[in-house]
Structure formats: C-alpha cells, structure tokens
Design a protein around this ligand. Structure first.
Ligand code: 7TS
Length: 419
C-alpha cells in the first residue's frame, strides 16, 4: 500500500477527491523520523499546494518588477497581476469594491492598522472597547496600546465552560461610551465559532463598528463580508494555503476613508513637499512602500485553489474530521477536550492527565504527528480554563481520517510512556 492509499483507508465516501488534493501538496510526502508526516498544525500555518508554488515561480521567473511605478513591460505586468489578486480576494469574501481590500503583512498587521488608523483617531478618554476572552493576543495588545494612550477601557466578554461566548453578557457590556468591538470569528485555541453576525447587528444598532479577526475562519468556511455586515475583517495568507508575509484587511470604504494613515512612505501619497503632503486614495493610502508583491499574487492563487475545491466542501470535510477526532478522544480515559462548544471549526485542543503538553507534542513528533503545544498566543483563554497550555490538533482540507487515527494512536503511546 502506498502512503496515500493508507491515508485513504478509513475515509468515508468523499465529497472531495482527497487523493487528488493530497497529491497537490508536495510537503505531505515527507517522512519525519521514518514515519509519514501527519501535519495537524494548520491553525499555526497551513501548507501550500503545487498550484500556489508554481504561481510564485512563474511570477519570479517571468513577471517580477516593482509595481505602480514603471511604464515598462514588467512593472505593468506585476502591477496588473497584483491588482488582479486583489480582485480575486474581493470576490472570495464578497467585498463590494476592490478598494476595500487592503494588502497587509498578516492578521496582526491588519488589526494594528485598524487600531492605529481608526482607534487612535476615534477612541478617546473614558471610551470603551469590547473584546472577548477568546481573542488571540494580536486582537488584544493593539487595543491595549490604544486604550493606554487614550485613557480608554477594555471590557471583556466572558466564555462559559464549553468555550462559548456569553451573548447575554456581551449585550450588557454596551454603554454609551462603547466605541469599538473586536471579536474573533473562530477561536484559534478552542475552535469555537462565534455568532459574529448577531454580535455585529447588536453593535450596529448602537452605532458601534466591529472588527472581526477571521484568521481561523477564512481558511475553513465561506465568508461573505457584506452578509456579515462587519466593518473590518482581518486574515492571513499563510493559514489558507498561501504564502507567509501577506494578509488582508477588508474594511468598508466609508470607514477606511475617514481613518488616519498607519504607515507613511511611498505609494500612499499623491504629492510630497516639506510644507504639505497629500495622500493617495484607498487602498493605496494603507499600502506604503513596496508590498510583498509575490506573496499577494500567491494568495490570489491560493484563493483560486480553495474556490475550485469549494469552501462548503472544505468545511464539510473538516467537520467530518473534527467530529471523528472528537468522538475518538471523548472515549479516551485521561484525555480532556478543552473547548466543547456546539459550534466549532477545525481545532481540537486537549490535555492528557499527568503529562505536560510540551511532552505530548515531543512524543507525538516521534510518531510523525505535528501538533501545536503551548498557550497558542491566547493566554486569557488558558487562564479561563485553568491550564498553562494545551496540545492542539488543527485540520485542513488535505487531512484524512487515517491521520486522525494516527493522532489517537500517538496519544495512546504518550499515555503508555507516562503512566
Ligand atoms: N488571530 C488569530 C485568531 C490567530 O489564530 C492568529 C495566529 C492571529 C490572529 C495572528 O496571525 P498572524 O498571521 O498575523 O501571525 N494564530 C496562530 C496559532 O494559533 N498558532 O500559531 C499562530
């Protein structure tokens, strides 16, 4: 049996062609310590299919020059491809206009853009920012910086024992001083899918804009920013089969146009004198300097790749994996799943009695199984659940039921070694 046939062994009737998909990802053929790689660290970063890698090679070998500045062939080609990537992403998230799609270096950068461009301009002394216990540090720290500078306060939505946000508590946090809401669409530590559409509607009824951290949502489900009606939506290329160094901030044009600059430099200006500088229009206003052109085009290719499979098919496959893994783990004595909300996506955090998560990760690695261990840059979640860290398996479209079996077998080995 080939490694791929083994991978298929317990796969249910596939809605997607898992063999074909796996064949697109060269890295999945790796062996680690003589065992087939079982890559379950997709929430940290996913792998790139050949189609994206080849797109990067084509760009670098036939299309590269700096953008927005040449009349020569290569500069015009690179500019056209970069802007075409922007339109691909616009269609992927159903943004109304392409100028509402801003290239950033990732989710962290996109959130910082909003904190500095919007927060520092419109949030003042005594104002309040609502965040949730589930946020990644990148949707906490930028807002703490704004709050500290402006004398504003941060209010935090609690979670229950399953990892679900208390919407009742969320609604009660609003006061006339509430000026901003930041909430993750999907928790990276627990996998909880938050009811963001409802939360956005509630905030909007009180005139409060909302930023959604979609880093863990865009790779796993169809996103329609117009349907959500979010004001800002941030995500990273490297978690959705694209390159590192690129991410997106979607923002409603009317809001983006009222914001102050985030970074100053070339491309974001129309004219500069020492007396007065005039600024370029969005999206260029927020894209100072030479952007990661290749990575943006690579992200466009990643969006094409995922769209061709279909986001609903991807979501269904990953739900099957999550359900299967959850079911297996529930039956294991001494294993506790952290994050049991009814609505979850692609993430399974767990603790093994008497074994430090770091040891879990190290031993699983000897079985070829890659999971993330640590606080997942979400320390408030860890504090809420009374653990310093968890082990976390996170799934992507190319994972299989057999890989879940390998994870479960690996956990049994860990238990044997440590008990
Ligand atoms: N927001 C969420 C919900 C995330 O999961 C991450 C990264 C970020 C923001 C930051 O994204 P970046 O691309 O700017 O770094 N999350 C993880 C993780 O769970 N393990 O490693 C990185």
């Amino acid at each position: 049996m080939t490694a791929l046939q083994t991978a298929m062994r317990s796969q249910p009737a596939p809605a997607i062609d898992i063999l074909r998909i796996r064949a697109d990802f060269p890295i999945l053929e790796l062996e680690v310590g003589g065992k087939p790689l079982v890559y379950l660290d997709n929430a940290a970063s996913s792998q790139m299919p050949r189609q994206v890698i080849e797109r990067l090679v084509t760009y670098q070998t036939t299309q590269h020059a700096n953008i927005n500045r040449g009349v020569h062939y290569l500069s015009e080609t690179a500019t056209a491809e970069y802007e075409e990537a922007r339109r691909k992403i616009q269609r992927f998230i159903n943004a109304r206009e392409d100028r509402e799609v801003i290239f950033s270096s990732g989710t962290t950068d996109a959130i910082n853009l909003v904190a500095h461009g919007y927060g520092r301009k419109f949030i003042g002394a005594g104002d309040e920012i609502i965040l949730t216990t589930l946020e990644h540090h990148s949707n906490i720290v930028p807002w703490q910086m704004v709050a500290e500078e402006k004398g504003a306060a941060i209010r935090v939505v609690p979670v229950d024992d399953t990892g679900e946000l208390s919407i009742d508590a969320y609604e009660k946090l609003f006061t006339p001083r509430t000026k901003f809401v930041g909430v993750s669409h999907v928790s990276n530590a627990l996998g909880t899918v938050n009811p963001v559409k409802r939360m956005i509607a509630f905030a909007h009824a009180r005139g409060v804009p909302v930023l959604i951290d979609g880093a863990q949502a865009v790779p796993h489900m169809a996103i329609d920013v117009q349907d959500l009606d979010c004001d800002f939506y941030a995500f990273s290329g490297h978690k959705m089969c694209g390159p590192t160094g690129i991410g997106i901030l979607y923002g409603k044009a009317a809001l983006l146009e009222r914001m102050q600059p985030y970074k100053g430099g070339g491309d974001m200006i129309l004219s500069v004198t020492f007396e007065k500088t005039t600024y370029n229009a969005i999206p260029h206003f927020f894209e100072a300097g030479t952007p990661p052109i290749a990575a943006a085009i690579g992200l466009g290719a990643a969006v094409d790749y995922m769209s061709a499979i279909g986001m609903d098919a991807i979501a269904a496959h990953e739900h099957d994996l999550l359900d299967y893994a959850t079911e297996q783990m529930r039956r294991m004595p001494g294993v506790r799943i952290i994050g049991t909300a009814p609505h979850k996506a692609a993430v399974l955090s767990f603790a093994i009695d008497g074994v430090h998560p770091h040891d879990v990760g190290t031993l699983l690695n000897t079985e070829g199984v890659a999971v993330r261990t640590g606080h997942h840059c979400a320390q408030p979640v860890m504090q809420r659940f009374g653990v310093p860290a968890t082990s976390r398996a996170s799934f992507a479209v190319y994972n299989t039921m057999s890989e879940v079996d390998a994870l479960i077998a690996g956990i049994r080995t860990v238990q044997k070694v440590f008990t």
